[in-house]
Design a protein around this ligand. Sequence first.
Ligand SMILES: [Zn+2]
Length: 102
Amino acid sequence: VIVDLFAHTTWLSILALVLLGYSWFRITSKRVGARSLENARVLKATGPIVPFLANPVGTLREARVYVHLTCPSCGQRVRIPRGKGKVRITCPKCHARFEGKA
Ligand SMILES: [Zn+2]
């Protein structure tokens, strides 16, 4: 819409309207489970860049103080204080035990 303010092209106006309509359709969706899965896929695809863009100072401070490990059985991320050496971790989600280096 912002580009079309300066360009004044018909196809860009139609594209903007279609995208706005589609986004309204998605926003008002009652299928919360499906939307939640989509959001999880987007967050996984974008990786750590979105939290960094949302709060760069906090993310850098977090990375300096903690190590994030991933549970091999369920994929839950676990935060460990940095500098503890080799640690044995019990996953808070699935209670599987694994080892990691902090
Ligand atoms: Zn787990």
